[in-house]
Write a protein that binds this ligand. Structure first.
Ligand code: ZN
Length: 249
């Protein structure tokens, strides 16, 4: 089962890279054929087998012989590992399926936000719908309703932070995608743990923000990966964070 999930993860990872790279540029993610980044040669199916093609072609394009960007293999491997991690952490059921969705969202947001400073709407919408369906099936309608309300509430908390930031700093401090991502966080974690995740994300982002300010002299950086990273951490350590909340309040 773990091996199967690793293979599925690799295939999905390869798809997430296409989604995270092509959609922000307005390109089609499903029907346009993959091309070599350098010679633009259309790739055949046997050039597109995740990891295996890379190994057999010795990491080079079989048409122009340029080195294939390592990010392909890195994204594929990390997604494979994350999917196996979901299986190790959770028995097959609600938490397992949702953890797969969170890992998928994490990968897509990492790619698109670090590359283009964009969080795409479509992965957020698809994840939300899938999580709501899973929640209705496994947890019932009432609990789902509470989660949806939690998501909306967290969305408005983020919007409030955004407005306050705009008032104080006279410019936009969060992206629209960050605010929409808060809905998914509330939906998955419910309100209080969602808040915990937002607070946690600021700690995760702090070293990167400081480094970005020092090295790139820029105070703009992608925040989505840290929000989604916090969602991942809190979801995977749900009980510990619940205990922490109970201990504090
Ligand atoms: Zn090439």
């Amino acid at each position: 089962m773990a091996v199967l999930l690793f293979i599925i993860g690799i295939i999905f990872g390869s798809f997430f890279l296409v989604v995270g790279t092509r959609l922000p540029k307005g390109e089609d993610a499903f029907f346009s054929r993959s091309k070599c980044d350098y010679c633009n040669h259309k790739l055949k199916w046997y050039n597109l087998i995740p990891i295996l093609s890379y190994l057999f072609q010795l990491g080079r394009c079989s048409y122009c012989n340029k080195k294939i960007n390592l990010e392909y293999i890195i994204v594929e491997l990390i997604t494979g590992i994350l999917f196996v991690l979901c299986y190790i952490y959770f028995p097959i059921g609600y938490n397992f399926y949702v953890s797969l969705i969170i890992c998928s969202l994490l990968m897509i947001i990492f790619i698109s936000d670090f590359k283009y400073m964009i969080i795409l709407d479509s992965p957020l919408v698809i994840s939300s719908i899938l999580i709501i369906i899973l929640k209705i099936i496994y947890r019932g309608f009432n609990e789902t309703l509470i989660s949806v309300i939690s998501g909306i509430a967290l969305f408005f908390v983020m919007l409030l932070i955004f407005d306050i930031g705009k008032l104080i700093f006279k410019k936009e401090t969060l992206g629209g995608g960050d605010i929409k991502l808060a809905f998914v966080m509330g939906l998955t974690l419910n309100f209080y743990l969602g808040l915990v995740a937002i607070v946690l994300s600021t700690f995760l982002a702090l070293p990167y923000a400081i480094a970005s300010l020092e090295i790139k002299k820029s105070n703009a950086f992608p925040y989505g990966p840290f929000l989604c990273g916090a969602l991942f951490l809190v979801f995977f350590h749900y009980d510990k964070f619940i205990n922490l909340l109970n201990f504090l309040f």
